[in-house]
Every structure is written in structure tokens, then in C-alpha cells.
Design a binder for this molecule. Structure first.
Ligand code: DPP
Ligand code: ZN
Length: 891
């Protein structure tokens, strides 16, 4: 399999200003006629190379003359034409087979409808084309189909005309006024319900927002449309970016590989990120819909108006757009709040995002797939839609925001669009726009060290040393950074030290009573200072420090690094009570719990597990009863680190010990504070008032469910009856799922089985709810491979539907540590990777990554995982996707 390198980029030698496509749509076989206006930009005699995959070529004509098979070349999914003039027209007719396309890339069938997915390289499954993001064209699209089966025909841009055809079919003609790369092309055909809203933009343009979904589900698109309206307003207010289309459509698909896709003017969404009502969706589903609707809408500027020159630049649009959707969500949580309340509301989002980063990205950055946010090479680009490109990419954008400040960042964004609107550019172009502002703010400095975030993989470690001098009343803080070679870097340049990065490090100091000490820095006095670490090691000295302070480090998680510092438990407890930075406060509590958990893992073989440190229980109790903390924040600060996070910190990685320690701590916290959990549970009960997914009431529900969880963990006599009552009495899905998961996770009892059966009976018609039903069972503690295999025989299970495969197989393989880390578990996993790969390589390659960190596990686990990887590797028909993953893992 060839490896593609970033440095091999060559501009495409032709322009394609106009593309006209005609589709004779049919599920079994669709005929596509394309007409390309081509202009040479490079030297003479350059062949024109077009990509095509799984297509049947019917004819090629150059300037109206049909070419014979000798006049073109067709080899290895490349069609080569040898034009003789500088500008010409190429017409191609080809066939594709949507119903046979289980990869869900290109044109495919979902239910009785047709959808497309083109990013990254799916357009080549539709027609022959230079399928690369730097070729931008204006598209005109004609869709023809049977009006009974496909009454609605959608594509990008504006609807020019609709007509009934003499042969009984109908047609629709669409034109997109904005030049775009092929990966943003989309079409949809089928019968849909539509919910719409007319809006007027900031600049007084009228536009129509539309959400299309299966007939019958239009009752569940109110929230998505509301999120879309708020996304449009937010991008105007925060970034001055306005909708540039007359209509903006979102269409829900049941079968979809990703979360959603930002096709110009015609976003196609996994229905999981569109459909919600109080009876079927949880509060977190509502929040996820808001984030994804925002994300795809924000791509209209960051991704579509300014796109990527090549796929190595993927983080240019993804990192930036994730940062934007995170800010959108945080602003929505903090709406109508101010001061400390707003900060705490925003911190809830920050905590959730950092947890995701640590669970998904830190391990990636330490494993065989480690890559910089701008990868240097790939075999299959589909494998690089990663937590690194997305989530670490967003952290790298956030650091630029932190360094420049809100106004400076906004000025940088304005400059970015001034320079690059309408173009396909690089990550470096983005940093240069930001740097133009940085230089104004900091004459004589630059962002050279910052740019290394784009070329170096691995999570940097920052060591903190504090030195207090009572005589001079000064405190010096020394930061040192370590960047070790990871993944492929080890093989390439194991001895080269990696140069230092530009790391913004936010710091505060508290006195021994927990009061913030004002710090003088850069001519200002503040409670939080931003230290810009750009060298291996630097020291900052703060004066007028009355006593030895307790440092509050990496406030708001100002950089994606690991902090190494020696701290006493007492300092952590002080921070847990007093830190005014809500993120750092949460972090201190996590650190306390992690230390306890690690101690428990070390004594896991001993007869008696140690008692939990009473100071931890005391800290937990105070936080639980603290009237100043919001319920949503309390839920985060009182949740112990997940089994997966703990597993990452054991060395060698020992899943059995991580599971046992987690459960031990959870039970002890449950028992020790039982009466408090119970009273908070009672006080946080909802009334039957109208459900809304607002931050306040969803925070209350999350705390309510957390209390139930600890009560169940403690085996409290009242817990099970409460869970049963909550499950059957719930008036919304959040409470219902809270009751059901408490039952299923903690008691393998007749009540839990009855509730599961009841749940299935009630919601069997709703695929998204049945996904939850599968997922809950897949992640339950008692679930074994046998359970999963019998659930796979359930009539509602299908490997072909990505959401269903994710809800059962991925949940089990990725999140059920107890069930999957067994020899049968690993065997099952390998079997499923192989089976999925025959249908859908993108999805299979995701599952193939479940045991990337196999080499860090205890010997027994390690050998069995390796055997599974080898068995996959030896399979005779492996996709490029899975083969890249397993060969890197075994390297
Ligand atoms: N659909 C994916 C996303 O929006 C890829 N662009 O991130
Ligand atoms: Zn995206």
C-alpha cells in the first residue's frame, strides 16, 4: 500500500471552473453524466488524471468527440486523458451501484432513500474527477428519478427548476453559486418531512433554514432547528460571520458513518444528532445535537469558504471548527449568567472536553498511531479523522486564543478571511494570520516555537518547581518542558531531542487560608497570570508573597500537556475547597481520587483493600453539600475518574486492577455518604413541570442520577426501589435512563431484566432508543462475550447500520473493561473487525484501534491482544483502512 507524504504535494495542473452533473437516480444502478470545463494552468502536454472507484465507465468525450479505448488510459482507479489544447470540455458517462454500496461512502441507499458522503475521498465513487480539496468548481446538478419513490430531490445551493418528464420521472436542477471542492458535494433523494424557519441575517438577507427527516419524525426536529437558528446568530455575534446562502438544509440519515457532514448548504446528519424529544432523548443527547449542529454550520466558513489545500491540513478546518463548537456550547451554558456563575457554567463544558481529550487523544498520542495534528504521511486518509486532528487540533487553536486574547484572536480570524476567503490553504497560513496580530502585540517576537505544535506528536510534560523565600517574600516558579519521541518519531529520529514548544501556562497562587494572592506580571496585577513557556526551562519570580503559597496550575487547562509536580494531599484538599478557577478545582479533586485509586490498584492482590482516606470522603461531602456550587458542576467534581482513565495510569496496564479499584472507591464513597446522597437525591427530584433541556434543570437531573448511582454502588437498601420507581415513573428519557442504568449496572436482578424488557417493548419502533438499549447492556458489568453474541442474534441487531454496530460491539470492546479484556473478548473483537471490514472499512478501522495500546498491558493481556492483531493482519482480504491500522499497531 503506497504511503502519501505531506512534502509530495503538487498543485493540480488544471482548473475546472464549471462542473455539470446529471443523475439518472436508481438504487440498483445510477447513471451519471458529467461535463467538465477544463483549463490548463500548468505546462503543456500534461495528462489529466481523474480518480474513480467502483465505477463502470461507459463513455468519454473530448470537446464533443467520443474517445476510443486507445485514446485514454484506465488503470488503478485512475482515468488518464491526454488533451492537446489549453482549454476543453470533457464529458464522461459512468455507472455506480448505490444498493450494493455498504461502505456508506459515495452514493448509497439508507432505508428507501439515497444519500451521499464524499469526505474525504467518496466523490470518486460517484464520477471520475480530480477528487482532491484544492480543485474548486461551480456545480450545476440535475437529478432525475421516479417521483413516487423519490419525491424530493436535493443538492447543494439553489433550486433552479423542477419539471415532470415525459417518461414519467421528474427532475430538479440545482446550482451552487459558491466554488467548492468535490468533498462538499451532496445529493439526497427520497420522501421526507420538513420543518423550516425563515430568518433574516445580520446583513438583512432573508434565508430559509430547513430540517428534513423521515416522515413521522418531524415531531423530533424542533430542537435541531432551534440549535441551527442559535448557531447562525452566534456566528454573527461572536465572529461576524454571516450565512451566505438563501437556504441551508440539514437532512437526517439513519445509516451514516460519522456524526454529520458539512456539505455546502446541504448538511447530511447521522439521525442521532438531529432527532430528539423529551421521551426519547437524554439531556446529553440534546447537548450533543447542539454541538454537532453548531459544528457543521460553523464549517460553512471554517472549512467551506476557506478549505484545505490537501488532507494533511485537515486540522485547519476541524481543529478550528471544534474550537468554535466548544465555545458555542460554553456560551449557551453560560447564557444569562455572569461572574463566578458564568465561569462555573463554562467550566462544565471545559471539564467534559478535557476528559474526552484525556480518554481519547492522550493514549493516541502515546501509541502506535501517534501523529502531529498535521500528519506527515498516511496510507488511508479515512484513518486520520482522529482525536488528535480534532480534539488536540482544537486545543492548539484554543492556545492561540489564550495567547492573543479574545479581541486579538478575533482580529486574527478577520485577517485569515481577508487573506484567504474562497481559497484552499494550509495550517501554516492560519498561524501566519494569527502571527500578524501576535507581532503587533509583542514586537520582536514570533510564533515559530508555536508552529511546532503542528509538526510534533506526543503529549508534552511540564514540570513545575516552586521555591519560596520567606526573607525576600518572593516565590519563583520554574517550568521545564519535556517532549519525547512517540510512535513513528521513535523509528525515525530516536536520538534527536525535540525542540521546545510555545506553551501558555495559566497560574494562580493561594495562601494557606485558600485566598487568592494578587500577582504582578507584565505590568499588571491579577489573580491568574499567563506564563508563556517557549524554552526548555524558564523561571518567573513573583514578589510580595506573604507566605509559602499553594499553586493552582494550568488553570482552565491552558495547554494540552501533562503537569508533573510534587504536591501534598493537604494542598490538593485546599484547592478542592478554595480554588477560584473551577477547572483547576475540579482537577485537584480528580488528582486526589486518582492517587487513592492508584493506591488501591497496587493493593488489589491483597486480602483486604485499604480503607479510603477519610480526608477524601470529607472533601466529597463538603462539595456535595456546598450550596454555592451548581448541580452540573457538582456532578463533574463528584464523579471519580473513569475506569479507562485509571487504566491509562496503571503501568503495566492492568484492567482487572483498574476495575476492582474503581468499584471499591465508588462503593466506599457510596457507603460513607449514604445519608447525604439520599437527601440530595430527594431534594433534586424533578417535578412534573414541562421538560426542557436547559442547563439548570439538566444539571439537576445529572446530580439526581449521580446520587442514585452512588446509592446503588453502596448497595443501600433503599436504592433499588428508588431506581425502579424512577424508571417506571419517569416523564423524560434522562430520568428513565438514569433509573434503568442504575438497575442494569448494579443489580443483576429480576427487576433489571424486567425493566429492560419493558424498555424494549415501549421503544422498539425508535432506532435511536434501541441503540441506547443495546449500549446499556453492552457496557454493563456482568456482560460477557456470550451476552453480546446472543444480543447480535436479536432481530433488531444489524452489523450494517453503524449506529447499531457502535451501540453493541464498540460499546463492549471499547468501554466494558471487565468483559472485553479476556481471551474470548479479544477473539470476539478480532472476528468483528474482520466481519465489519467486508462491509464498511471506515467503521472496521475504528474498531481495529480498540487495542492500540496493547504493548503497554500486562503480559497475559498483551500476548492475547497481539495474537488478535496478527490474526486480523493475516486475513486475505483486508481493506487499506484496517491494514494501515494493524500494521502500525504491530510495528
Ligand atoms: N463530518 C466531519 C466533521 O464535520 C468531517 N468533516 O467533522
Ligand atoms: Zn468537522
Amino acid at each position: 500500500v503506497p504511503t502519501i507524504s505531506r512534502h509530495d504535494y503538487q498543485p493540480y495542473p488544471y482548473h475546472l471552473p464549471r462542473v455539470s452533473l446529471e443523475f439518472d437516480l436508481n438504487a440498483a444502478q445510477t447513471r451519471v453524466h458529467s461535463r467538465l470545463d477544463v483549463e490548463r494552468v500548468g505546462d503543456e502536454n500534461q495528462p489529466l488524471r481523474l480518480n474513480g472507484q467502483d465505477l463502470v465507465l461507459e463513455s468519454v468525450a473530448l470537446d464533443g468527440r467520443t474517445l476510443s479505448a486507445e485514446e485514454y488510459q484506465l488503470q488503478d482507479e485512475i482515468l488518464t486523458i491526454f488533451p492537446t489544447s489549453a482549454s476543453f470540455t470533457l464529458q464522461i458517462t459512468s455507472l455506480c451501484k448505490p444498493a450494493e454500496n455498504s461502505s456508506l461512502m459515495g452514493l448509497y441507499v439508507s432505508g428507501d432513500k439515497l444519500f451521499t458522503q464524499c469526505e474525504a475521498e467518496g466523490f470518486r465513487r460517484i464520477t471520475w474527477f480530480p477528487d482532491r480539496p484544492d480543485v474548486m468548481s461551480r456545480y450545476r446538478v440535475t437529478l432525475r428519478a421516479d417521483p413516487k419513490q423519490y419525491p424530493l430531490l436535493l443538492s447543494n445551493g439553489n433550486l433552479l427548476e423542477e419539471a415532470d418528464l415525459p417518461d414519467g420521472r421528474h427532475e430538479a436542477v440545482w446550482e451552487d453559486p459558491h466554488p467548492k471542492p468535490s468533498y462538499l458535494f451532496a445529493l439526497v433523494a427520497g420522501d421526507f418531512a420538513c420543518r423550516e424557519q425563515a430568518i433574516t441575517t445580520q446583513g438583512k438577507r432573508d434565508a430559509l433554514l430547513q430540517i428534513y427527516s423521515d416522515r413521522g419524525s418531524e415531531t423530533k426536529t424542533e430542537w435541531a432547528l432551534d440549535c441551527l437558528v442559535r448557531s447562525v446568530q452566534w456566528d454573527e455575534q461572536r465572529f461576524g460571520l454571516e450565512l451566505d446562502l438563501d437556504r441551508f438544509m440539514v437532512v437526517a440519515a439513519r445509516d451514516f458513518n460519522m456524526g454529520a457532514m458539512e456539505n455546502k448548504g446541504l448538511n447530511i446528519f447521522n439521525s442521532a444528532y438531529v432527532l430528539a424529544d423529551k421521551d426519547s432523548a437524554t439531556d446529553s443527547a440534546y447537548r450533543a445535537i447542539e454541538a454537532v449542529i453548531g459544528h457543521e454550520y460553523f464549517h460553512n466558513w471554517t472549512g467551506n469558504r476557506v478549505t484545505c489545500r490537501d488532507w494533511f491540513q485537515l486540522s485547519l478546518k476541524e481543529g478550528l471548527t471544534v474550537f468554535r463548537d466548544q465555545e458555542f456550547s460554553a456560551d449557551m451554558l453560560a447564557q444569562d449568567l455572569s461572574g463566578a456563575e458564568a465561569a462555573s457554567a463554562r467550566a462544565v463544558k471545559r471539564i467534559d472536553d478535557v476528559s474526552t481529550l484525556r480518554i481519547a487523544q492522550f493514549p493516541e498520542d502515546a501509541g502506535p498511531m501517534a501523529h502531529p495534528i498535521r500528519p506527515e504521511s498516511y496510507q488511508e486518509i479515512g484513518n486520520f479523522y482522529t482525536a488528535t486532528v480534532y480534539e488536540k487540533g482544537a486545543e492548539v487553536i484554543r492556545m492561540q486564543h489564550t495567547i492573543l486574547g479574545e479581541a486579538g484572536f478575533r482580529a486574527g480570524i478577520d485577517e485569515y478571511f481577508r487573506r484567504h476567503d474562497g481559497a484552499a490553504v494550509t495550517c501554516d497560513d492560519f498561524v501566519s494570520a494569527m502571527e500578524s496580530v501576535y507581532i503587533q502585540q509583542n514586537p520582536g517576537k514570533d510564533l515559530d516555537a508555536f508552529r511546532r505544535w503542528y509538526s510534533q506528536a506526543g503529549t508534552p510534560r511540564v514540570k513545575v518547581d516552586l521555591d519560596y523565600n520567606a526573607e525576600t517574600r518572593t516565590c519563583s516558579i520554574t517550568l521545564g518542558q519535556r517532549n519525547e519521541a512517540v510512535g513513528i518519531e521513535r523509528l525515525q529520529s530516536p536520538l534527536l531531542p525535540k525542540p521546545p514548544l510555545h506553551i501558555p501556562f495559566a497560574l494562580g497562587l493561594l495562601d494557606q487560608q485558600g485566598k487568592a494572592i494578587p500577582l504582578e506580571h507584565d505590568g499588571k496585577t491579577a489573580e491568574t497570570v499567563l506564563l508563556e513557556l517557549t524554552e526548555e526551562q524558564q523561571t518567573w519570580v513573583f514578589s510580595n508573597i506573604p507566605q509559602k503559597p499553594v499553586p493552582s496550575l494550568l488553570r482552565n487547562f491552558s495547554a494540552p500537556v501533562i503537569v508533573d509536580v510534587e504536591r501534598q494531599e493537604a494542598d490538593l484538599i485546599l484547592l478542592a475547597q478554595h480554588d477560584t478557577d473551577p477547572f483547576a478545582r475540579w482537577e485537584a479533586v480528580q488528582e486526589l481520587a486518582t492517587r487513592q485509586l492508584l493506591a488501591l490498584t497496587r493493593s488489589v492482590g491483597e486480602e483486604q483493600q485499604p480503607e479510603v482516606d477519610p480526608r477524601i470522603i470529607e472533601t466529597w461531602k463538603r462539595l456535595l453539600l456546598d450550596a454555592d456550587l451548581s448541580a452540573a458542576y457538582k456532578t463533574r467534581i463528584l464523579s471519580q475518574p473513569t475506569e479507562k482513565e485509571l487504566l491509562e495510569k496503571t503501568s503495566p496496564m492492568d484492567p482487572a486492577a483498574a476495575v476492582k479499584a474503581s468499584r471499591h472507591l465508588r462503593r466506599q464513597l457510596g457507603e460513607a455518604l449514604a445519608s447525604d446522597w439520599l437527601s440530595v437525591y430527594r431534594n433534586s427530584a424533578g417535578s412534573d413541570e414541562q421538560y426542557t433541556p436547559d442547563p439548570l434543570s439538566s444539571g439537576r437531573r445529572s446530580l439526581h442520577n449521580l446520587c442514585l448511582y452512588y446509592l446503588m454502588a453502596a448497595g443501600h437498601p433503599e436504592a433499588k426501589p428508588l431506581a425502579v420507581a424512577q424508571y417506571y415513573g419517569a416523564t423524560n428519557m434522562t430520568d428513565r435512563m438514569g433509573g434503568l442504568s442504575a438497575l442494569v449496572h448494579f443489580s443483576n436482578s429480576p427487576e433489571s431484566q424486567e425493566a429492560l424488557n419493558h424498555f424494549y417493548e415501549q421503544w422498539q419502533q425508535d432506532p435511536l432508543v434501541i441503540d441506547k438499549w443495546f449500549a446499556l447492556q453492552a457496557s454493563a458489568p456482568g456482560t460477557t462475550v456470550e451476552t453480546i453474541k446472543s444480543l447480535m442474534l436479536h432481530p433488531a441487531f444489524s452489523l450494517r447500520n453503524p449506529n447499531r454496530a457502535r451501540s453493541l460491539i464498540f460499546q463492549f470492546c471499547m468501554n466494558n473493561l471487565q468483559g472485553v479484556h479476556t481471551s474470548e473478548g479479544y477473539e470476539f473483537w478480532a472476528d468483528q473487525v474482520i466481519a465489519l471490514d467486508q462491509l464498511n472499512p471506515e467503521i472496521a478501522a475504528r474498531l481495529a484501534r480498540a487495542f492500540d495500546s496493547w504493548a503497554r498491558f500486562t503480559a497475559t493481556n498483551r500476548d492475547a491482544m497481539q495474537a488478535g492483531l496478527q490474526r486480523i493482519q493475516q486475513h486475505p482480504t483486508l481493506s487499506r483502512n484496517v491494514s494501515e491500522i494493524v500494521s502500525k499497531a504491530l510495528n
